[in-house]
Design a protein around this ligand. Structure first.
Ligand code: B12
Ligand code: SF4
Ligand code: SF4
Length: 240
């Protein structure tokens, strides 16, 4: 049986449609800032590797991030789920290594995905409280899978410090002043999320008599205003 390694997993994941991948050991992830506050709970698994998948969510394709009430929540998440299920199947079959999907929600045995991505070398934490990747800035969505097998980690990323010297348009773009105190304030951001839910996009069905579809475009201003990456908006993003 061939031996599994990070390059082989990356090659397959990219072929399946992922934009980036990174690997971090479960032990290292357990020491991440967020998991020090809320300990890792991977249903008894305490050794092995977490594979982090990122899918670019370009500013020119906002519909990838619109939430609906179907499986996965968004078009982008459905693509990520599909990639991760196919990758799990391939790893099990090709390498006879036990692999499984990590649930999205931390309280359902999930992981803090930004911490996992940063420790796997995918990028760094930005002043907007989001993972910033060199290629796509913060405009990625994440998902993880678990290997019950040790594979060498791919991080952290050295020499990438995008916030240094940046005028921080991400902070002033926030309609709720969630960064007013300097650090991200979740309760301010959540007020905006509730306002977005009250103001969904109605997509009229092309077929007469079938139901109108509603999608929620949650705020992304701190993400879309960041100039890092090869998919920035080429126009001034409207403020407030
Ligand atoms: C709950 C949740 C929310 C909540 C609460 C957010 C919060 N941060 O508290 C709400 C609904 C408000 C929200 C809002 C948003 N979210 Co959200 N959210 C999540 C979820 C499910 C869990 C995150 C969480 O609870 N974190 C706990 C809190 C305490 O963490 P924190 O505020 O980030 O602070 C920690 C880190 O900063 C870390 N840290 C700080 N410095 C450093 C340095 C290093 C080296 C490391 C390793 C860690 C680290 O330590 C802090 C303390 O624990 C994740 C998915 C997941 N499973 O991880 C997505 C996730 C974080 N969200 C995401 C996004 C995109 C958004 C929004 C843009 C909305 C949108 N349109 O999707 C906004 C952005 C707000 C912002 N600027 O942070 C993406 C982030 C992608 C990226 N590039 O980073 C994720 C990963 C989901 C995804 N589909 O990929 N979110
Ligand atoms: S806009 Fe500037 S300060 Fe904000 S996250 Fe992006 S690089 Fe960092
Ligand atoms: S998602 Fe919107 S409301 Fe939340 S912190 Fe970012 S800009 Fe502010």
């Amino acid at each position: 049986m061939a031996r599994i390694n990070g390059q082989k997993i990356a090659k397959r994941a990219i072929a399946l449609g992922a934009s980036r991948i990174g690997l971090v050991s479960i032990t290292a992830l357990g020491e991440a800032p967020s998991h020090r506050v809320q300990p890792l709970n991977l249903k008894g698994i305490s050794t092995g590797t977490v594979v982090v998948l990122a899918l670019a969510h370009p500013a020119r394709q906002p519909e990838m991030d619109w939430w609906d009430n179907w499986h996965g929540g968004t078009l982008g998440n459905r693509r990520l789920i599909n990639i991760s299920l196919r990758l799990v199947k391939w790893i099990r079959k090709k390498y006879a290594v036990e692999a499984s999907e990590v649930p999205y929600h931390v309280e359902r045995s999930g992981v803090f995905l930004k911490d996992a991505a940063i420790l796997s070398g995918m990028g760094v934490m930005g002043r907007n409280n989001l993972l910033i990747t060199p290629q796509f800035g913060p405009r990625v969505r994440l998902r993880a899978l678990l290997l019950d097998f040790p594979v060498a980690g791919t991080g952290p990323l050295e020499g990438f410090d995008p916030c240094k010297g940046c005028g921080a348009p991400c902070l002033s773009a926030c309609p709720r002043e969630a960064f007013g105190s300097g650090a991200y304030q979740r309760d301010h951001c959540q007020l905006q999320m509730r306002a977005d839910e009250a103001n969904p996009i109605a997509l009229r069905s092309p077929v007469m008599g079938t139901a109108t579809k509603f999608k929620v475009p949650y705020c992304r201003l701190c993400e879309l205003s960041c100039p890092v990456g090869d998919d920035t908006l080429n126009w001034a993003y409207p403020r407030k």
